[in-house]
Design a protein around this ligand. Sequence first.
Ligand SMILES: Cc1cc2nc3c(=O)[nH]c(=O)nc-3n(C[C@H](O)[C@H](O)[C@H](O)COP(=O)(O)O)c2cc1C
Length: 330
Amino acid sequence: MELTTRYLGLALKNPIIAGASPLATDLAAVRRLEDAGVGAIVMHSLFEEQIAQDQIKDHLDRETIAGSSAEAMTYLPEPGEYRLGPEEYLDQIRRVKAAVSCPVVGSLNGVTGAGWVEYARHIQSAGADALELNVYSVGAGAAETSEIIESRTLENVRAIKAAITIPVAVKLSPFFTSLKNFAMRLDAAGADGLVMFNRFYQPDIDIERLEVKPTLHLSDSSELLLRLRWAALLSGQFKGSLVVSGGVHSVEDVVKSIMAGADAVQVVSVLLRKGPACVKELLAGLSEWLISREYDSLDQARGSMSLEKSPNPEAFERANYMRILNSWRA
Ligand SMILES: Cc1cc2nc3c(=O)[nH]c(=O)nc-3n(C[C@H](O)[C@H](O)[C@H](O)COP(=O)(O)O)c2cc1C
């Protein structure tokens, strides 16, 4: 079955991409992903905070030589909390590129833009085939309007696009007031793709210790529905690539994402639960599914259930909302 896919202008042998995760820090896991047939691999992110910390450390090292105190460093996150520092991150891109034949996507994660442009260039020089910008922002500042957040992101995208020649995808959160409008502005700013969506890892509260504690739950397929709606709404509108990330666990999840209009899907939780070899099963199942329904290629299914092509377009918009609520029977 023909599963080839174009993603960010890159030719992928199939649409299943290993999304950003710690697997990229482990070369054995990277090779297992390649052996399982993954279409591309996204590196885990290099965080803006790490870059800033490295730059401040360099500065403080020089200041210390000049007799100044390094006490300010104690306010920064511990370097040991990150898997790889900025320089090691670039080395890891080189190692992953040397280990696999599929495209490798670097990932930068941050909001302010400081120091990013330089690292985007380094990531390109290290051999990444594309760059994913994860613009994770909680938006908790009372004075920070949605326009401030969106303009800042657009400015970052423009600055990075001007600095590098590899394609750039933006990994978004679903929490924008007018996501379609923002997506079209990202399009105009030069974003080559949208990764939909970031998952927010919500802090929990330990009521005995009175502590706020971080939680990380892996996803399940129920998270896919939000992604399907937005892939369907943006398909044929956003000029670049659309990627569904979040809740893709089964062959059916892949088929639904492609039918909604995604060019490709990213998987992480299923890889962490079942191991990289599950990609092989997903690919075999996808081919089988398409053959048994007499599709000639994956392309034939792509976008067939998008808003533009859906036999029931109102299902993606408000009209269906009342019907769903009224359909509930105890
Ligand atoms: C342990 C773990 C580490 C992750 N690290 C990153 C990261 O470094 N950068 C990033 O953009 N997303 C990161 N993610 C988010 C995933 O790339 C993905 O968007 C999310 O898990 C949703 O996909 P899934 O439902 O297939 O897990 C991480 C997820 C997990 C579970």
